[in-house]
Design a protein around this ligand. Structure first.
Ligand code: AMP
Ligand code: MN
Ligand code: MN
Ligand code: MN
Length: 284
């Protein structure tokens, strides 16, 4: 496999969580964009993988099993992407089942809070939008837009769904050690997702990379869908400092995200070892 991120996208979403495309549609779109190796990484679920695998086989694309696990670390939420694992692993599936229950309970809490601010039938609406997939805050954002209460997703989070806002419900997600353990027990690799996406200061980011590496994490997302050369260098520096491999993923959710396209990623800098050269990944 090559050392550039060309034809590779290791962070994407489908209707199994908050993506707009079904796993089949996602694979079609990836294929149209020249993606040869695709990981589907839905929030706390592997529910879309079987369908994606079938569609990928039909397109001659390599589908890497993936998941994006919600983690609570130092009272902050982090996202740890698991890649190239055995999706039959009971440890991983038991862990994800717990997070899915927590998502359900949180959805009920968010809906109750929204009702208090005057939004009717929020749970039913979110369920309808999720259509059997995991309910996320993105679904609540969509119903707020549909109700004419906000114009953009960003506005929904800023006004209603972020910590400190009226419809925020805090959750103690998986522990960092726990999530990495589930991924490793299933034979996979653990990736720290979008390290610049948590609104952290440089000092906190450094602590996060250190903790992730010390806990046995394997890689950090160096190449992201919306990265500038400066942002990329920040993550290159962290990968080298903490001996982490580099991963590459757009975090694609929907064709409506006009600023990113499936598989369109910067090249992995030569100083960083790409995750896709790892033996476990190559075998996965
Ligand atoms: P959850 O995991 O249910 O808390 O939902 C988090 C998801 O909401 C993320 O994966 C994003 O897809 C989406 N999200 C979070 N913040 C924003 C934002 N400011 N604008 C748009 N989408 C967001
Ligand atoms: Mn999402
Ligand atoms: Mn994420
Ligand atoms: Mn994601």
């Amino acid at each position: 496999m090559n050392t550039t991120a060309g034809g590779i996208d290791l962070h994407t979403h489908s209707t199994a969580s908050d993506g707009a495309l079904t796993p089949t549609e996602l694979v079609h779109a990836a294929s149209d964009n020249g993606v040869e190796t695709l990981a589907l990484t839905d929030h706390d679920t592997t529910g879309g993988l079987a369908e994606a695998k079938g569609a990928a086989a039909a397109h001659g694309i390599r589908l890497v099993p993936g998941v994006e696990i919600s983690v609570t670390w130092q009272r902050r939420t982090l996202h740890i992407v698991g890649l190239a694992f055995d999706s039959d692993s009971s440890g991983l599936n038991t862990g994800l089942a717990r997070l899915q229950l927590q998502r359900r309970t949180r959805a009920e809490t968010i809906a109750a809070k929204l009702e208090k601010t005057g939004v009717a039938d929020a749970l039913e609406k979110a369920e309808r939008l999720a259509n059997g997939g995991q309910i996320t805050r993105a679904h609540f954002a969509r119903l707020l837009i549909d109700a004419g209460l906000c114009r953009t997703m960003a506005q929904c989070f800023k006004r209603y769904l972020k910590p400190g806002k009226p419809a925020y419900a805090s959750v103690e997600w998986a522990g960092l050690t726990e999530a990495i353990g589930w991924i490793h027990d299933a034979g996979g690799l653990a990736v720290l997702a979008h390290p610049l996406g948590y609104g952290m200061s440089a000092a906190w980011r450094d602590r996060m990379h250190a903790a992730f590496s010390q806990t046995g994490g394997d890689a950090v997302e160096v190449c992201c869908g919306a990265s500038s050369p400066e942002r990329l260098q920040t993550s290159v520096h962290a990968a080298l400092k903490y001996g982490l491999l580099g991963s590459a993923g757009t975090d694609f959710h929907s064709p409506a995200q006009r600023w990113l396209r499936l598989g369109r990623l910067p090249r992995m800098p030569e100083t960083v070892t790409p995750i896709w050269t790892h033996a476990r990944f190559a075998a996965g």
